[in-house]
Design a protein. Sequence first.
Length: 234
Amino acid sequence: MAEERRDRRRDNRNPRESRYGRKREEPEPKPWVPKTKIGKLVKEGKEKDIDKVIKEYKILEPEIIDNLIEVKSDLLSIGQSKGKFGGGKRRVWRQTQRKTAEGNVPTFACLSVVGDENGHVGMGYGKAKETPPAREKSLRNAKLNVFAVKRGCASFDCSCNEFHSIPMKVEGKCGSVRIILIPAPQGTGLVIGDECKKILRLAGIKDIYSKRFGQSRTTINYAKACIDALKKLK
Ligand SMILES: [Zn+2]
């Protein structure tokens, strides 16, 4: 029992390598058995158009997205480090605590973004008592929330027909955070906060200007406002 517990702790510390530096064997991933109608269609290869699937069906299995697009993911820094020297450094995990008679019970949460860098993006939140399951849950939720982003070029000093920016000026909101996304000419880059940069990069947008108002250091609201704005492009 004690042995097993020690093993598990070692797993948490370094999932890829054992203590002796050897690569440990990854557990075989189970084959996907689809449960929903659209899941079966995708597995059989009868449905290949991601836009059609997103538009016509409600996605309840994250594997559908895995099969349709090449998923890339990123974690947003929603938390801060604890402990010495004041803490407060930006971290991917948001650590919160519940007080009980036995002591404090920590909970970890994280916010991940998935996308194919070609007009599809999704964001999901997940929390658990440990960090790896929190990440898995958030990834799963992010895949279920994938939507299509309408891209285009509408900047006043760029008249190409490529999908490098957005077709119009949009505004998004979450909590007190308000964000305005403005089309930009080619070569501008992403003129926006770091966390939203991750979202737009995964969505496949290369050039943008932005403005933000409110308590935008609340990263969760900042990211949600960005997603809200992207959804309004439709
Ligand atoms: Zn352009």
